[in-house]
Design a protein around this ligand. Structure first.
Ligand code: URA
Length: 211
């Protein structure tokens, strides 16, 4: 099988099931990659089953892992602020992650975020693809490189494509943008403000799909 067929396959393969709640419950026993071993919870997506817009982050963070809910920690609060500024109601969207278990490196009592690798992203696309298959959103928003890789494959580049709506292998539309934690990592307040404005501008594009 050539590379693009392989990519098409992992982007199409999805967990079986006709109801999101059943898929979410099956996901709790996920052993598709080793990340379940150290995580507290599998963090499935949340929101409307018939949402027109699906937001995809990277993976749950420390707070999300403990609460079993996506985007409720610092990156989630920033995402909420930026969505509000863009005039988007998070309650109308479905929010999830490309990888459903928290990957971290222990440092003393702290758990430091570790980036999921391509094997983990591909293994977890099984659940993300099921969410997309059942919700059938008009627009999927890739928040950062991990989500972009899962949704569009290795050719998508956040720095080059951010703010654009691209077509995924299944023909559905994907808005590319940055991950909100990128803003949290910027040390210079002026850079942070400028990049936040660009992020809000990207998010404004969601409005056309909700109406
Ligand atoms: N970062 C993510 O990508 N997802 C979350 O749920 C929280 C932080």
């Amino acid at each position: 099988m050539d590379v693009s067929s392989k990519i098409a396959q992992w982007q199409a393969d999805s967990a079986p099931g006709d109801r999101l709640a059943d898929v979410a419950s099956d996901a709790e026993d996920c052993r598709r990659c080793p990340l379940y071993q150290d995580a507290t919870h599998l963090v499935f997506g949340e929101g409307n089953d018939d949402a027109r817009v699906l937001l995809v982050g990277e993976q749950p963070g420390d707070k999300e892992d403990l609460a079993a809910r996506p985007f409720i920690g610092p990156a989630g609060r920033l995402l909420d602020m930026c969505l509000e500024e863009a005039g988007i109601d998070r309650g109308l969207c479905y929010v999830t992650n490309a990888v459903k278990h928290f990957k971290f490196t222990p440092r003393g009592k702290r758990r430091i975020h570790a980036k999921p690798n391509t094997g983990e992203i591909k293994a977890c696309a099984w659940w993300l693809n099921a969410e997309r298959r059942l919700i059938k959103p008009r627009l999927t928003v890739a928040l950062g490189a991990t989500a972009a890789y899962s949704l569009l494959g290795p050719k998508a580049k956040v720095t080059r494509d951010r703010g654009q709506v691209l077509k995924s292998m299944d023909g559905s539309e994907v808005l590319m943008t940055i991950h909100p934690s990128y803003l949290l990592r910027l040390p210079d307040p002026a850079d942070r403000e400028r990049e936040k404005t660009r992020f809000v501008d990207d998010l404004r594009r969601i409005g056309a799909y909700l109406g």
